[in-house]
Design a protein around this ligand. Structure first.
Ligand SMILES: O=P(O)(O)OC[C@H]1O[C@H](OP(=O)(O)OP(=O)(O)O)[C@H](O)[C@@H]1O
Ligand SMILES: Nc1nc2[nH]cnc2c(=O)[nH]1
Length: 191
């Protein structure tokens, strides 16, 4: 059966990571976390909106199949706005709803690039007296190896290109793509 064309097909230059690869990696990361957290009853997953929404939903279910119970919390901290480079200023758009003091926290990120968002977030969470704070990110850009805080769980290393899909946007569009892709140059130029 021919698959239906979608509105975004014409905008895609190339797919970097397929839906199947994301699914398999999510299960693998969940198994690693479950092994490392054996003996711990409950973990608070802190998803970083909006980008991590897709990964958070899939990762929480994957962890639920093999690991400890989870509580879901979300924070929103934006440093990119509408563009493709970090503004350098992190703004809190949404705070935690509950106290994390004494809890084991796993920050769930979609992507770490400059590491600015994460560095800020880790300092912020440290000030809330969690028992432990660990990070899982599905994607890592090369810049993160120079400047980001230590990352325990990493899904895929990406090239230094601006990517979209699976939660990642360009001007708030393309988050719903099931894969991660690079857009055609003319699409980025249109803004
Ligand atoms: O390592 P960095 O250079 O700080 O980049 C990583 C952050 O950038 C994106 O968020 P963004 O600020 O674009 O907000 P969004 O998730 O709402 O799109 C992404 O979701 C990460 O949180
Ligand atoms: N959408 C998107 N957001 C990012 N934040 C940091 N790097 C990226 C990227 O490549 N794409």
């Amino acid at each position: 059966m021919q698959s239906q064309s979608r509105w975004y097909d014409a905008d895609i230059e190339r797919v970097l990571i397929t839906e199947e690869e994301i699914r398999a990696k999510t299960d693998e990361l969940a198994k690693q976390v479950a092994d490392d957290f054996a003996g711990i009853d409950q973990v608070v997953l802190v998803g970083v909106l909006k980008g991590a929404a897709m990964f958070m939903a899939d990762f929480a279910r994957a962890l639920g199949r093999v690991g400890p119970a989870v509580e879901l919390e979300f924070m929103a901290a934006s440093s990119y706005g509408q563009g493709t480079t970090s503004s350098g200023v992190v703004r809190v758009l949404k705070d935690l709803d509950r106290d994390i003091a004494g809890k084991h926290v796993l920050v769930v990120e979609d992507i770490v690039d400059s590491g600015l968002t994460l560095s800020w977030l880790l300092k912020y969470l440290a000030s809330r007296s969690a028992a432990s704070v660990t990070v899982v990110t599905l994607f890592r850009k090369p810049a993160a190896m120079r400047s980001a805080p230590p990352l325990k769980y990493i899904g895929f290393d990406l090239p230094p290109e601006f990517v979209v899909g699976y939660g990642l946007d360009f001007g708030e569009r393309y988050r719903e793509l099931p894969y991660v892709a690079v857009l055609k140059p003319e699409v980025y130029a249109r803004g």
